[in-house]
Design a protein around this ligand. Sequence first.
Ligand SMILES: O=C(O)CCC(=O)C(=O)O
Length: 379
Amino acid sequence: MSPSMGAYHADEEEEDHQFHKGVKHLCEKGITEVPKKYILPVLERPNAGKDDGIFSNNDHNLMLPVIDFAQLQGSNRVQALHSLSKACEEYGFFQLINHGISSEVTSRMVQEGRKFFELPFEERSKYMSKDMFSPARYGTSFNQNKDRVFCWRDFLKLGCHPLSENLPFWPSSPSELREAAVNYSEQTKFLYMMLVEATLESLGLVGNTKSGNENESYLKEFEDGSQIIVVNCYPSCPEPDLTLGMPSHSDYGFLTLLLQDELVKGLQIQHRGRWVTVEPIPNSFVVNVGDHLEIFSNGRYKSVLHRVLVNPSQSRISIASLHSLPFSCAIRPSPKLINDANRKRYKDTDFASFMEYITACEHKNKNFLESRKLDLIGK
Ligand SMILES: O=C(O)CCC(=O)C(=O)O
């Protein structure tokens, strides 16, 4: 190799190293165009297929089904459970209003999350780690160890269960982040447990007609389940048509509670073969079915593909609270939902297999879930 070739590779490596520091860092250095590292192949760009009507970008906004949590917990529960069930079957998503978490708790979480990304890079970088199980992890893109093309997102992931073991490792700056995140994680966990109970009831697995012990043992496993809070930061992007904040993916867990930016849209879900933009509703959570719930419900509830667009003039923050069963627990179709007419459609799995899978390959679309499907043809 000639000395100049060596220098060329060293330059490329140095440039690649820069991208691993995150999009915020890149923007702080001042850019007017999207670097090659973030440019998606034409068919994966936000407007691909727009002209032939297959996908839509800005022209199709979607009001997700709305579930009123107050009704779910009140005298209208039966009707609300029916709406929840239909939303999980047809959209895999719904917006939860009247959820009981105060706007002070949610806005403090957003505010402290935003402040974290405003810290000098040296402070943020203390939490950079390749360890997927790290209790606090600052990173960029979707899976920066595997992604060939990077996406326009930085994140802070906080492990929340058990809180006492994770908390000492969370960022100590900004000074109020820990307190805001503790409140937020406790309140979203409580809300999640109420939603789990409703979800299991809508599937006919717990409820008034079951014994107290039966209901309790079901719910105990969920209570001990995993929770990760992800603060997503999408800086404004000079060429938003060339890249994505997050590529098309489904969530691995049971349910995700997402606090969307109330002012800046960006979340798109795949619905009836089109990409549609979710209209934010102030003071609501976007709730979505994850892969584990699709498996647990034996395919009745759908873990739906979604992605995030970026914006030319405004940065965007979202906070996802991802919940599932304990890391060690087997994820399988509930035996009570399987019979001759509804055969088992998914192999048993667990969180460790998911981690192994994403560590070994680029996570794209629903490929983990696809790998768990049983071939029922001719059986
Ligand atoms: O930022 C958003 O609206 C969506 C985030 C998301 O899809 C995720 O955290 O998995």
